[in-house]
Ligand binder design. Structure first.
Ligand SMILES: [Zn+2]
Length: 187
């Protein structure tokens, strides 16, 4: 399955690499190579990092901590202390270096700095009282995203990921209902 970067923040996108968390979780990060690919595909992070097993495990524990804290925000309850400890501890690490050129911003760093960058980004979102965090409206998706739309009217994590699927399912259900109704009509 392809990675989706639709949550509006790399920390939330990392948390979103586990889908269907309440039913049958689907984990897109099964091995360090998956994490390397995810980091490379994320626009807001340095490219070309390598992940060993220890770094991979740190990334997974950061991911789960971010998810717990994001869910705490969605449910408007106090943050989980163990989650805070992991995210704050990771954020205290070295950060990637950035440089400016005519090509724009270039970011470089190793996996440790990438995780720190993700944690810092997550803290900024989770600490922002104006940030509108929502869980995707498709039953079973469980992805938490940042709704930056006007009036915060977004319902789905992404149109391709969930919105179109829900609309297609509703269309099929309407068709089924109208076919059944026709079948019951006068002959
Ligand atoms: Zn979704």
């Amino acid at each position: 399955m392809a990675f989706a970067f639709v949550s509006g923040d790399p920390a939330l996108d990392l948390a979103g690499t586990v889908g269907s968390r309440r039913d049958e979780p689907v984990d897109l990060l099964a091995a360090p190579a998956d994490l390397e690919r995810w980091v490379a595909e994320c626009d807001d992070l340095p490219g070309g990092v390598t992940a060993d097993l220890a770094g991979f495990e740190s990334a997974l524990s950061l991911r789960e901590a971010i998810y717990r804290l994001a869910l705490d925000r969605v449910l408007d309850r106090p943050f989980d202390p163990a989650g805070l400890e992991i995210v704050n501890g990771t954020a205290a690490g070295p950060v990637p270096t950035i440089s400016l050129s005519d090509a724009g911003l270039h970011m470089s760093g190793d996996l440790l700095s990438v995780l720190s960058q993700i944690a810092r980004s997550g803290i900024a979102v989770l600490a922002d009282p104006h940030a509108c965090l929502k869980e995707c409206g498709r039953a079973g998706c469980t992805r938490i995203y940042l709704d930056r739309s006007r009036g915060a009217r977004r319902t789905w994590c992404g149109m391709d990921e969930c919105g179109n699927r829900v609309k297609a399912a509703a269309y099929r259900a309407r068709r089924r209902a109208s076919t059944t109704a026709e079948g019951r009509g006068p002959r």
